[in-house]
Design a protein around this ligand. Sequence first.
Ligand code: UDP
Length: 239
Amino acid sequence: QPTNQPYQRVLLKLSGEVFGGGRVGVDPDVVQKIALDIAEVARSGVQIAVVTGGGNFFRGAELQQRGMDRVRADYMGMLGIVMNCLALQDFLEKMGVETRVQTAITMGQVAEPYVPRRAIRHMEKGRVVIFGAGMGMPFFSTDTVAVQRALESRCDAVFFAKSGVDGVYDADPRKDPNATKFDTITYTEAIQRKLEVVDQTAFTLCAENKLPMVVFGMEPEGNIPRVLKGEKIGTLVSA
Ligand code: UDP
């Protein structure tokens, strides 16, 4: 589909906390709202893939602190991610948007395996591709996965939707009242300042491959379609 939008193909990363509406598990009302936003973007002709987090179920590092084996806990984290993918898929399909979930851990009954070229094909056909189960490997975060999937499926940019923060700050705005927001920042500076809004590994991978990154807040409603269609919201991180 021809489009006059600045981005033709985008990757959207949604953290797990977004799905839970602040609690453990999935809040269907919240997921429905996100699905509406994503449907709007897909219908505008922008090709879209999504990577979901899983922090609303399990984070490996947290379970490790409470005595669990890190590797097994990370696999639990990855399985949690898949539940978010299925919830999002459900609401999108109800809205008439075609979707495919592809997981990095094979589970043929619920999703396709991760096959990058097929993912691209789905997007070309206007389907929303939802990448689940992270990288399929312990010790990684879904931020890093988002950048890797964006690179491999040749997206124009990677977008991190955040709840509670609306961009990249020089300090954590939830802790430091003097924190100031950047409209733009270079990867080098984001890495040197050890900013934590997105994982350092994700910043590094973006930097090495010159992939533009946008960090923005979910609030107010409608920010997802606005930013994915090219409005300057949040912080642009680039070379
Ligand atoms: N995880 C993993 N490998 C990956 C992606 C995720 O082991 O490639 C595990 C890890 O335990 C992580 C959890 O899945 O804590 C949930 O992912 P993440 O913390 O990135 O989710 P978010 O913070 O975005 O909700």
